[in-house]
Design a protein around this ligand. Sequence first.
Ligand code: SAM
Ligand code: DTB
Ligand code: SF4
Length: 318
Amino acid sequence: MNIAIETQKNWTPSRVSELYALPFNDLIFRAHGTHRENFDPNEIQLSTLLSIKTGGCPEDCGYCPQSARHHTGVENEPLLPLEEVIAAAKAAKASGATRFCMGAAWRGPKQRDLDAVAKMVSEVRQLGLETCVTLGMLKEGQAEQLKEAGLDYYNHNLDTAPDFYGHIVSTRRYEDRIETLERARAADLKLCCGGIIGMGESRTQRASLIAQLANFDPPPESVPINNLVQVPGTPLEGTPQLDPFEFVRTVAVARITMPKSYVRLSAGRQELGEAIQALCFFAGANSIFCGDKLLTTGNPEMASDQALFGRLGLRATT
Ligand code: SAM
Ligand code: DTB
Ligand code: SF4
């Protein structure tokens, strides 16, 4: 199947920009209506992240603490042993997660690494969890190997608008990202694909990112919206802070343009605060990462998420 962005031209960047320009109340009211038509508005899907290979990445992504080119204090560690991954997956399941996502700081996996990850995927799948991996760029045949091992989702983000991408990453091209996504789709994997907000992009560029995602045919099943975590030592440290309502608008626009996708509040959720998170849930976010760590940065404690769910009357998807 071809997910080429040419296939559906329904959501042009200018139509998405029109959504962004709506008065805030009109926008989130409309997004909430779309959300209610497609999902139980009080149910949130929980995913857990594990960094199976941390640091030392050869790529130069300006936001990322794991690039070997930035001095962030993140050490280059080897691939985790299988037993550690299984133990973490069991703990994730016990805490209510339905999906287990394994991330590796690679440009792409070498064959030996892929064999080890495939084993992890099949063991995690056997625990009754959905599986997701994010390993960088895939070569021919690698997506099929992961699918055969029992992989449900491949995470690979577009991260930003095509015309801003070169400001953020120089070691690969936007088209390389699209190619890996096409490989994952061709192997019948579900896509987890989103971006990062607050990297200094314009609203037009945010609209362009959302239009790209919404015009995939079909759109990604899972759309992580990351709020840039400004890690000391990364080139994006010191980027002017974005108005948090602009983040809520992005969630709302994602919900309207991708009505059947799960929209996930991803990195930088802690920094948003509880009131903004509540607005995001109203605007159509229906998935989060749970557990006190993402890959290398912090995430709200399980107990505080549970307390927030209690205060808002939200339930975790079972
Ligand atoms: N190396 C693989 C790749 O780049 O596709 C997989 C791991 S990479 C850490 C996964 C995603 O994490 C990136 O695409 C980016 O969206 C997100 N990410 C990394 N650092 C971030 C940060 N400081 N703030 C927000 N999101 C971040
Ligand atoms: C995604 O979009 N966000 C997650 C997951 N996919 C792999 C990663 C967030 C990483 C945040 C920075 C860190 O913790 O190192
Ligand atoms: Fe490497 Fe992925 Fe970080 Fe880029 S985002 S530096 S590819 S780990």
